[in-house]
Design a protein around this ligand. Structure first.
Ligand SMILES: CC(C)(COP(=O)(O)OP(=O)(O)OC[C@H]1O[C@@H](n2cnc3c(N)ncnc32)[C@H](O)[C@@H]1OP(=O)(O)O)[C@@H](O)C(=O)NCCC(=O)NCCS
Length: 403
């Protein structure tokens, strides 16, 4: 098989590249989807794989800036990865991933970030699980908070066409410090978030935007759909929360109170929540949230030195010996401290694959967890304690949407 992988030249090639994964969606790429990728990345960031001249696969990557603990890093948001059913398990994905990672290095994107359709696909390319994502399903009649303290502020139902300014400001304030969140361009907001397409409705209600103002300033928002339903004349509606953000504890508490009190609703569903979401402790009956967690985003440190320099650290320093099967200049011993990462010959405190370093990077997992699960080896227990002090964690990573 003569395999050739190259950037797409134009919209037609981008459509062809996307058609590999769209095969598994059961239809060709819609004009709207192709238009989105043209506007939010363009053909040049997408790769097309051809085998003996025939289409074999494709992938692309959005240009992101992802928040790290104490910083931000340029990142490639990998997406639309697909191999034609006629060419699977012949190394097409492997070749595309190597090319895509090496393109990221050339573009100066030190980190790659993605949602995996299946957990076992990306580890071999150096990706590690960056955090967990939680779903909740709450019965409205068991949705009390631990405290009767009243919600404050005023909620305004805001037409989508007028929602961009307030919603974007709130999101950016939250995303500035929450690891795992990424900046959204105006195109992103208009084409992906503040838009109400029939497939997103999935037969249910329209997209509603509620903005909470406190002291005349937008401080929280909820994007949700109300799926109306009645059973034996009793309301059985479902509120599907698409996204809910608040800039402060009181704003978060108040907007969630609004959602949980909506009339004619029996169940409130929300997803993509971080492990430390305030709802878990706000609730009077946390088990009634029926939380379930699964693997969230995966991350790859494409350039170890630059990515480690793009976050802050706690006191002290730690020597980590990294293995990287794809990029020799990432491998070896690094001394990590608040100044970033430098080469060293000192004996390592920790030894691990670059994928495990990725799991520690955003703070989704502690070194203690990585050592306990045999994903890293430590010289001794004191090294683990020191490593967790250096890789200080505050907020759990949050990737609030599939991309
Ligand atoms: C997943 C997919 C991209 C793999 O492409 P591929 O060209 O068949 O992959 P490769 O031949 O390069 O496989 C590389 C290795 O990964 C393994 N692998 C590939 N897909 C896998 C999967 N879904 N689960 C487990 N292992 C997988 C292969 O077995 C192979 O292992 P080996 O080197 O030990 O033999 C392809 O099957 C596909 O398009 N699936 C549907 C769409 C999809 O899930 N895309 C990913 C979106 S995030």
């Amino acid at each position: 098989m003569n395999l050739r992988i190259r950037p797409c030249a134009d919209e037609d090639e981008l459509r062809a590249s996307m058609s590999s994964i769209w095969h598994y969606f059961g239809l060709p790429p819609t004009p709207e989807a192709v238009g989105n990728f043209m506007a939010m990345g363009g053909p040049q960031r997408a790769l097309i794989a051809q085998a003996d001249g025939a289409l074999a696969g494709g992938c692309t990557a959005f240009p992101f800036e992802v928040t790290t603990p104490g910083g931000r890093v340029k990142a490639a948001g990998v997406t639309m990865v697909g191999v034609q059913p006629t060419h699977r398990r012949r190394g097409v994905l492997s070749a595309m991933m190597k090319r895509q990672l090496s393109d990221m290095r050339d573009r100066g994107e030190p980190v790659a970030y993605l949602w995996a359709s299946e957990e076992r696909i990306y580890g071999r390319f150096g990706y590690g699980l960056a955090g967990l994502a939680g779903d909740v399903e709450i019965s409205r009649d068991r949705a009390d908070f631990f405290s009767k303290e009243a919600a404050i502020g005023r909620v305004n139902l805001t037409p989508l066409a007028q929602a961009l300014a307030p919603v974007r400001e709130i999101y950016e304030r939250v995303a500035a410090t929450r690891p795992g969140m990424f900046t959204r361009s105006e195109e992103w907001w208009k084409r992906r978030i503040l838009v109400d397409l029939s497939w997103q409705r999935a037969g249910g209600g329209e997209l509603v935007c509620a903005v909470l103002e406190i002291d005349g300033r937008p401080q929280a928002y909820a994007l949700y759909r109300f799926d109306a339903k009645w059973e034996r004349s009793i309301p059985a509606g479902v509120v599907r929360v698409v996204e809910c953000m608040g800039v402060s504890p009181v704003a978060t508490r108040s907007i969630w109170r609004y959602l949980l009190d909506l009339d004619w609703c029996a169940t409130i569903r929300a997803g993509f929540l971080p492990t430390d979401h305030p709802l878990f402790l706000l609730s009077a009956e946390p088990r009634r949230l029926r939380p379930t967690f699964r693997d969230g985003c995966f991350l790859r440190l494409v350039d170890v030195a630059s990515s480690l320099a793009a976050r802050a650290y706690g006191p002290g320093e730690i020597v980590i010996e990294i293995a990287d099967a794809l990029f020799a200049d990432n491998a070896g011993r690094w001394i990590v401290s608040n100044g970033g990462a430098k080469r060293t010959e000192r004996a390592p405190d920790l030894v691990c694959d670059v994928s495990s370093l990725a799991s520690a990077y955003l703070g989704g997992f502690s070194w203690r967890q990585l050592v306990a699960s045999s994903r890293a080896k430590a010289a001794d227990d004191a090294a683990v304690v020191r490593a967790d002090r250096v890789f200080e964690r505050h907020d759990a990573p949050w990737a609030p949407e599939i991309f």
